[in-house]
Design a protein around this ligand. Structure first.
Ligand code: 13P
Length: 261
């Protein structure tokens, strides 16, 4: 069975004290939940993954060291293992720290830093080689949806960024569908829109790989997902959880999302 996952992308937010408070509050809530055995609405406990800024990774890994069901990852990773790349962080470094995951291809990286699918494919290769599981982000912009190109846009991102992997490698990848028009706008995709795209992604994986690969792939939804709308989104058959931005910065809200399965 594929994993249910709720991931928090903190982006470039929070000072150290705020970040540590947020992490400690969530750890208490998760501890209590595990103690009482009280899971979410549907009785399921998802894996939780934190994507803090690089500078807090080590502290987060101290807090959640060997904590079953909680992963910690980076928001980005360089496509080389080492070298003269001032200001960058490699998958080898992340792994040596104990991180398990990295976001790859978040739309903010694509838009603000010009990262294209070819570069993202190289990042995925280096991440996998170093034992870091990539969370590959895809999603269309508003004009692309309005001109009915969204399925094609996501298909192209998947084919160029991901579909050169073999099936064994693909098992270590998570996909996040984040329509750009929904990110930070308060305009969430409807459950139907999310389901439709997730089903499309799963179909593409089936066609390229196998029914088993498609069935086992965790596909997360991101874009104005919050404590109010998470349950309805997560109830869709092909939505396996969420990649949460703004609502992951408040412990109560994020924990309610964790409990939304
Ligand atoms: P928001 O939840 O703030 O819309 O951000 C989503 C996102 O970009 C997560 O990676």
């Amino acid at each position: 069975m594929r994993k249910k996952i709720v991931a928090g992308n903190w982006k470039m937010n929070l000072g150290l004290d705020e970040a540590m408070n947020l992490a400690s509050e969530l750890k208490v809530k998760i501890d209590n939940q595990l103690d009482t055995g009280e899971a979410g609405v549907g009785g399921e406990l998802p894996e939780v993954i934190f994507f803090p800024p690089y500078v807090y990774l080590s502290r987060m890994l101290d807090i959640f060291h060997n904590y079953e069901g909680v992963g910690v990852g980076a928001q980005n990773v360089h496509h080389n293992e080492h070298g003269a790349h001032t200001g960058e962080v490699s998958a080898l470094m992340l792994r040596s720290l104990g991180a398990n995951y990295s976001l790859v291809g978040h739309s903010e990286r694509r838009q603000q830093f010009g990262e294209d699918d070819e570069l993202l494919a190289a990042k995925i290769a280096t991440a996998l080689k170093n034992g870091i599981k990539p969370v590959y982000c895809c999603g269309e912009q508003l004009p692309e949806r309005e001109s009915d190109k969204h399925f094609q846009v996501v298909e192209d991102q998947l084919k160029r960024g991901l579909f050169w992997l073999d099936e064994t490698q693909l098992k270590n990848v998570i996909i996040a569908y984040e329509p750009v028009w929904a990110i930070g706008t308060g305009r969430t995709a409807t459950p139907d829109q999310a389901q439709e795209m997730h089903a499309h992604i799963r179909k593409l994986i089936m066609e390229k790989y196998s029914a088993e690969a498609a069935e086992n792939m965790s596909i997360l939804y991101g874009g104005s997902c919050n404590a109010k709308n998470a349950a309805e989104l997560f109830a869709q058959p092909d939505v396996d959880g969420g990649l949460i931005g703004g609502a992951s910065l408040k412990s109560d809200d994020f924990f309610r999302i964790i409990q939304s399965f």
